[in-house]
Structures are given as structure tokens and as C-alpha cells.
Design a protein around this ligand. Sequence first.
Ligand code: BG6
Length: 476
Amino acid sequence: MSFPKDFLWGASTSSAQVEGGFDKGGRGLSIWDTKVLNEGTCSFHYASDHYSHYKEDIALMAEMGFKAYRFSISWSRIMPDGEKEVNQEGLDFYTNLFEELKKYDIEPIVTIFHFDLPLALQEKYGGWNNRDMIDVYVNYCKVLFENYDKYVKYWLTFNEQNMLIFFGAFDMLGGTKKLNSQNDLYNQAHIQLVAQAKAIHLCHKMCSNALIGPAPNITTSYPATSNPMDYIASLNMDDLRNNFYLDALCFGRYPKSVERYFEWNNVVLDVHEGDFELMKTCKPDFIGFNCYGNDTTEYIEYEEVNFSELLTGDNRDLSYLIKLMEKPGVGRAVSNNYFFKGEDGHLFDPYCIRVTARRLTDRYHLPLIITENGYGRKDILEEDGSIHDSYRIEHLKETIKEMELGIKEGANIIGYCPWSAIDLVSTREGISKRYGFIYVDRDEDDEKAKNSEMKRYKKDSFYWYKEVISSNGEKL
Ligand code: BG6
């Protein structure tokens, strides 16, 4: 058997996407509450109403046999203005949630920040592109460490920081279609990395038994062909998309090839004395990473990239995201014919975790938790209450098979928490794009959702995952 005895089988969610209750319990607004929505998609206001259903949801997770549950804390529920008043009702909500998890012996894996910045901070500081945000974030961490140290062993500093930068030509989260400059983006990345390094130091000081690490979205770049320039492109793409963030927190430096990219794009980092020392000495205890599929990269020459056509584009289109991945002088993303063709025709990369976890183990020598992986699709609720999501089972099964081989080959993976434990609102595609093992009965209509019961149903994947967990990955 390849999966370690105490392997952390579970699944993930995030506060803004699952909780709802945006105006309940003294919560302040977050940038997701005012986000410009794609036509036809619901808001994040009611989400899956986990805020009221958390006991039922955790009981269902326990029924699946979860050993771990990765979720995020809503910053604006804890601190409505993001930095001063602490909201006791917000603290109590998570205390109750932790108690519920404890009841079933489910290990919480807690993301401190998963995209939903308090709106007040956005308005006051202009978001992350302001060094004041470092102390504001660390102050929020301090409140969490003080209150939840007794419940939390695994803290995650930041969800997918790298995607906010890598796809950040436009502010896809705030929902604006304003072009961001590379200089602003990479300075923001630097600020966020210093903030995380400080949070890791603080956690080690305040929480004697806790472990803390980042949670970026990490892939490995396959070269598009055996052309050496494609191989060089894939190395440079890995540096820019992935290694930049992890090298900073694990080694206290940025990859050299990224400096070259900065020169081309006139990026000048505002580095303060001590920034790199903070990163070098913070020492994450593990790496959490989201992994949905590796990239395939083809070399492209440097020339100014023009994103303006995307100003009117639909950010749900795959071509939109592929365009955002175009990094002149480095490479562009291309399709890969070697991927697995699923029963519903979708192409996916079951090797992503196997390959990337091996690469990370070799580079950083730290334990790894897969904090996201999965398949979003429009599920159909049948009249008898069943949901036949064989395509999701197939996707997860093929990925877990490869993950197991990765462990045999030396990848130090200690947990697997696919996205998502329960249906929740997708970042750009509403509730119709579902990822969960548990179906939530609501549609895109917010008015209906507001007073809806949001009944939960078990998908076929629910029963399948239960077997996977109880056999510790033997029965796939
Ligand atoms: C990850 C994010 O990038 O992918 C999640 O951490 C997100 O918040 C998930 O929901 C799936 O992406 P999407 O766009 O389908 O919701």
C-alpha cells in the first residue's frame, strides 16, 4: 500500500464560495460581495449557505470518512473593517465549526486568506499593492493564531497568490476590466510574499504545535516539442509561474530567469532592507498546492503583448485564460495530445500531481498537501435525488492512481483535498459549474436562493470517495 497510514484524505472549500450569510453575524463586506458578475451567474451572497448548514455539511463529510477538511476563514467575518474591531460573532462561528470537526475527528486545514479581501481594506489601501497591507494581514493572522491555536495544526497563509499575479493582466477577482501593469503586479507579489513570511514567523512564535505553509497553484511545464527552445521555455515558465513564489518562501530569493523577464517588462521591485532575510528565515513546515493540470509550453520571442482585445472578452472562455498565460520571451500555453480523454470528451492531465509533487519534493524537501484538484461540471439532479457524476469519479480516479505512483517514486505527499467538499460558487461561472461530492439544490437565481432550503444530495462520487477513503486509496 502506497498511501501513508495517516494520509489526510479530505476535500476543500473557501469561505466566499461556500458560506453565504454575507449580511449575517456582523460580517463586513468583502470584495466578492461587490464583484462585477458574469451575465447569468449568481452572486456570492448566499453561496451554498454553509453558514447555516455547517453542522449538516460536516456530518456528511464525516459520513464520507474525511480525515481532513480544508476551508478558509472569512477575514471580514472576523474583522468587518479588516483591521480594527474583532467581531465576536464571527469568531464564534468558526469556534463552533472547529468543535464540530473535532467531534468527528476531522483535521482542519485552514486557509487564512482565499481571495476575499475585506472591502474596507480595498477602499482604504487600494488592495495589496501597498506595503501597509503587510502589517494589516499579519495583524489579522495574530487574531486567528490567538483564538484558534488550540484547534489548528495546519495553517495555509494564502490561496493561489501566484494566480492573482500570473493571470493578473486584469483584476479577475475584483471583476474590473482595467489593464494592470506588470510592475504593479510583481510589486504586489513581493508585498504578499513578505506578508506571508512575517505570518510564518509569527505562527512559529505564537503556536507551538502548529505547522504553516503557503497554498499556491503549482504546475510543471511540459515542453511542447523536443526543440531545446521549448525546453528552455518550459524551465522559464516554471520559474515565472511556480518557482518564483516557493523559492521566495523556502530559499529567500527569486529565480534568476525571472530577473530577465523583469528587465524586458520594466519591472522594478521595491525591495526594502530585510525583506529577503525575512523570507530566508521563515521556513514553511510544508507546502500546500492546488493542481488541476500541468501546462505545456511553446517558446515565443519577446514582443510587446497586446491584451486589449480581452477588454471586451468573456473571462469564462478558455481562450481568454490561455491568452493571459502568454508571456513574451518566455512561452505560451499550447494543447497536449497526450492527455487523458475523459468519457465526456474532456481532456485532462492525470499526471499533474505525480509529476509536480516529485518536482517539489526534490526542490524543497518538504511534505506536500494537495489543497485542490478536481473537475467542475454542470451536474444533473435526477428526480429520485441521485446525481450520476461518473465523469468526476473517472477524473479523480485517474489522478489518484498517478498520485499513488508518484508517492512510490518518492513524492512526499501527506494529504489530498480535492475541490470541493460540497458544491459552491465558481469564481467566474456561478453555481452551475459544480465540483462537490455533495450537491446543493439551488440555481443562479439569488432571489430564490435567499429563501431556499438548499437541500443537500449525495452524488455518486460521494459513495465512491467514501470507499476510497475507507480503503486508504486501495479501492478506486
Ligand atoms: C482555484 C481556486 O483556482 O480553482 C478556487 O482556488 C476556484 O477558488 C477553483 O473555485 C476552481 O476554479 P473555478 O474558476 O472553476 O471556480
